[in-house]
Write a protein that binds this ligand. Structure first.
Ligand code: XUL
Ligand code: CO
Length: 441
């Protein structure tokens, strides 16, 4: 059975194409800085937003027209797999990602849920044999079911902790079976609502234990995926334990997990934390902790996780700049943890949305590579921090000074002259690169 009958495989047609079902900027085979766009960008399709999401919101029912949703239960789960692999092929996606409950319905018991999973995982494995699309990461949903009302690995209820562990155990087995490159932990309910009833120390200690046990089990079964933690400051809990990269890194270091997990950084989670996307990428990069990316964007006027497809080019340029400076994403990728708007309910909108996201990151990649080739930001930094290359500045960075010598230096200064930060000039230069990279193409 096929589901996207009037849509052919999306091809690159270039910036002048009028065909809405074509890539204008994402040209998978084109080399940028020695590697193909496909190799660098490593795009992933999120199963939950693309095949499971019905586009309901707190004020209204789902609007999504999804031909595969005419079935129920396991039949629907199987139809979704068929639709997914047709979509992957037509959008030319190298990767996909899922939660356990996205691919198979939960049963009445854990054993029944696992049985449903086994059936669908076997089917996915068969489809993967004839497909180039690989599993970027899998995860388990330890936040939607009412049992996780007080958390999973940080629950106040030890039975729930055990149940959550059993689900992750199965998730690791599934990841191994399907050859996942990464395994993601997003702790939807790993946080708290109020300190009035919360033992924060016990909850955080338990979460630390949870990750160690997950790592032990992955080693035991020989599942060598990169482990990723996905920070988010709030929503659904008021205070998430992994607020942002900085607090997540402190958590990992405190519990001796900094060599076990890296970060899966999501743009909209960054902005919810009061950071820019590039801040989070940069923070992870300079600590060698950048693992993978959930590529989306928030709405500038709304204060929650709107998970929009990324279309803001200034942001994709700065994100790709960080990723290139990181030497790429390694085993990670750019997973579109993004959903079409409630008003974009046709199956065709799923293609338009992914084309928009893929083209936006392709633009970001090409512009960022040019910025790096021309040392635009490198020269800015070199000039701005030049005082640390000689004299007292060099002594500071080489550890050859102390407060006595610094005071002596300060007393000898007759005037201090600062240089301009030139922010407007830098922003204008980035605009110039954005506008000229595709000029005449
Ligand atoms: C939620 C979120 C999740 C994770 C996977 O905000 O980003 O979809 O990416 O659980
Ligand atoms: Co995410």
């Amino acid at each position: 059975m096929t589901y996207f009958n009037n849509i052919n495989r999306i091809q690159y047609e270039g910036p002048k194409s009028n065909n809405p079902l074509a890539f204008k900027f994402y040209n998978p085979e084109e080399k940028v800085g020695g590697k193909t766009m496909e190799e660098i960008l490593r795009f992933g399709v999120a199963y939950w937003h693309t095949f499971t999401e019905d586009l309901s919101d707190p004020f209204g029912a789902g609007t999504a027209i999804r031909p595969w949703d005419k079935y129920q239960g396991m039949d629907r789960a199987k139809a979704r797999v068929e639709a997914a692999f047709e979509f992957f092929e037509k959008i030319n996606a190298p990767f996909f990602a899922f939660h356990d409950v996205d691919i198979a319905p939960e049963g009445d018991t854990l054993a029944e849920s696992n049985k449903n999973l086994d059936t669908i995982v076997a089917m996915i494995k068969e489809y993967m044999k004839d497909s180039k699309t690989k599993l970027l990461w899998n995860t388990v949903n330890n936040f939607s079911h009412p049992r996780f009302v007080h958390g999973a690995g940080s629950s106040s209820n030890a039975d729930v902790f055990a149940y959550a562990a059993a689900k992750v155990k199965k998730g690791l087995e599934v990841g191994k079976e399907l050859g996942a490159e990464n395994y993601v932990f997003w702790g939807g309910r790993e946080g708290y609502e109020t300190l009035l009833n919360t033992d924060m120390k016990l909850e955080m200690d338990n979460l630390g234990r949870f990750f160690h046990m997950a790592n032990d089990y992955a080693k035991e079964i020989g599942f060598d995926a990169q482990f990723l933690i996905e920070p988010k400051p709030k929503e659904p809990t008021s205070h998430q334990y992994d607020f942002d990269v900085a607090s997540g890194y402190a958590f990992l270091q405190h519990y001796g997990l900094e060599d076990v997990l890296k970060f899966n950084i999501e743009a909209n989670h960054a902005t919810l934390a009061g950071h820019t996307f590039e801040h989070e990428l940069h923070y992870a990069r300079i600590h060698n902790m950048l693992g993978s990316v959930d590529a989306n964007q928030g709405h500038p006027l709304l204060g929650w996780d709107t998970d929009e497809f990324p279309t803001d080019l200034h942001t994709t340029v700065l994100a790709m700049y960080e990723i290139l400076k990181n030497g790429g994403l390694g085993r990670g990728g750019l997973n579109f943890d993004a959903k079409v708007r409630r008003g974009s309910f046709t199956p065709e909108d799923l293609f338009h949305a992914h084309i928009a996201g893929m083209d936006s990151f392709a633009v970001g990649l090409k512009v960022a590579q040019r910025l790096i080739d021309d040392r635009v930001l490198e020269d800015v930094l070199e000039d701005r921090y030049a005082s640390f290359k000689e004299g007292i500045g060099l002594d500071i960075v080489e550890g050859n000074t102390d407060f006595h010598k610094l005071e002596e230096h300060a007393l000898g200064l007759t005037e201090i002259s600062n240089k301009s930060g030139k922010l407007e000039r830098i922003k204008a230069t980035i605009n110039q690169y954005l506008l000229t990279t595709f000029a005449g193409k």
